[in-house]
Design a protein around this ligand. Structure first.
Ligand code: FNR
Length: 388
């Protein structure tokens, strides 16, 4: 499955001949600053902020600068194949949209999850839909078209609710369940703390709960009449500090591929694999959860080695096509983009997100062309050199 991702630049240059320049920025720095100007300040602090002094968050990004791809010549990489096989699906590229719990309130219309799903439908870039969305997962799934969606589970302490969320995801057509392990509580986030701002406590992005019969049955009054009551119940059941003892139960509740997110240590990879997990998602949550950690990219090679053939999804710090190429060369099977697509949503809803996804894919494709790596299989660690 080859797609000419790089040809996005031909469209842009052709439009330029008619005097038309791109509606949205083509650098991450400009995207970030324009999006932050467009969003309410409380949303900016939640999206852009990270844990502590945000050193880990910054290090996630700068870690990519310490690797360089070595160009190969006389390759004639006219056709590039970026496709990947993942859980029985053939995807056009390794890129996917990471789950973002407030994407819903990042578009002007307050339906950012639907906008992201439409961007998935139009680009073929899969979306990992967060538990924390402004619209119920069934509505998100309905916008995905032919593009696969994965459902990200924040496991509630109430097992019946957890199982019902997973079964709803199965019925809605999601192709895999991603269980996030690093966020059973919120890390220390000074930007949000300084304004006392936590969107979910204000009733935002809880549609998967308020639409759920198991959750609703636990409320004294329907959430439509008593938002505060629903939020209070949500806060009670949101975070489950899972242990290895919970893994057999998690494994038993779905026959869909099960992926665990937030895994960064090789021992945890091996144990998850032994417990029947189908995929490892290496991530430090974009540095939002615990400061003082390693850049996620630095732990990726050891995670890949321990996974020993199991697919490894990766995110944290991806800002460009060059980053995607490097993460693939360090062993990722698929690469998640987080904040950049949310900034695209903020600037232009579906169109903005599509522009971001197409730009990242175009750059990755053009790097593979220029540097002579026509397939992802050729992007190995030997293709990279450490930059001192
Ligand atoms: C997240 N992330 C996240 N992860 C998850 O599993 N479920 C979620 O609901 C959310 N919500 C969320 C909200 C916001 C505003 C951000 C920025 C991130 C983490 C996300 O999936 C991914 O790991 C990070 O975004 C990767 O870091 P960068 O590349 O975006 O900096």
């Amino acid at each position: 499955m080859t797609r000419k991702f790089g040809s996005y630049q031909d469209e842009i240059y052709r439009d330029g001949l008619r005097g038309v320049v791109p509606r949205f920025p083509t650098t991450y720095a400009e995207l970030e600053s324009q999006a932050q100007a467009a969003l309410p300040s409380s949303v900016v602090s939640y999206v852009a902020g990270g844990a502590g002094d945000e050193n880990t968050q910054r290090a996630n990004v700068t870690a990519f600068e310490r690797w360089g791809l070595i160009p190969r010549m006389f390759v004639g990489a006219v056709e590039r194949d970026l496709s990947v096989e993942l859980f029985g699906m053939t995807l056009p590229s390794p890129l996917f949209m990471a789950p973002i719990g407030v994407a819903g309130i990042c578009t002007q219309d307050g339906h950012g999850d639907l906008a992201a799903a439409r961007a998935a439908a139009q680009t073929g870039v899969p979306m990992v839909a967060s538990t924390l969305s402004a619209d119920p997962m069934e509505s998100v799934a309905a916008e995905l078209g032919q593009t696969p969606g994965l459902f990200q589970l924040y496991t509630p302490t109430d097992r019946d609710l957890a199982e019902n969320l997973v079964h709803r995801a199965e019925r809605a057509g999601f192709k895999a369940i991603v269980v996030t392990l690093d966020t059973w509580l919120t890390g220390w986030r000074p930007r949000d703390l300084s304004t006392g701002n936590f969107p979910q406590l204000r009733g935002h992005c809880l549609a998967n709960y308020t639409s759920d019969p198991v959750f609703r049955a636990q409320l004294a009054r329907p959430p439509e009449e008593d938002v505060a009551g629903a939020v209070m119940r949500w806060a009670q059941i949101f975070g489950n500090p899972l242990t290895w003892d919970d893994l057999p139960w998690l494994r038993s509740i779905t026959s869909l591929p099960l992926i665990v997110k937030g895994v960064c240590h090789p021992d945890d990879v091996r144990r998850a694999k032994d417990g029947g997990i189908d995929g490892i998602y290496c991530s430090n949550h974009g540095g939002r959860q615990a400061n003082g950690g390693l850049p996620a990219l630095d732990v990726l090679p050891a995670v890949v080695k321990a996974a020993d053939g199991l697919p490894v999804l990766f995110d944290s710090g991806i800002r460009s096509g060059a980053d995607v190429v490097k993460a693939i060369a360090l062993g990722a099977t698929a690469v998640g983009i987080g904040r950049p697509y949310v900034y695209g949503l903020a600037l232009g809803g579906t169109d903005g997100a599509i522009h971001v996804l197409r730009s990242v894919l175009a750059e990755a494709d053009l790097i593979m062309a220029v540097d002579g790596y026509p397939t992802l299989a050729q992007l190995t660690q030997e293709a990279l050199q450490r930059v001192d």
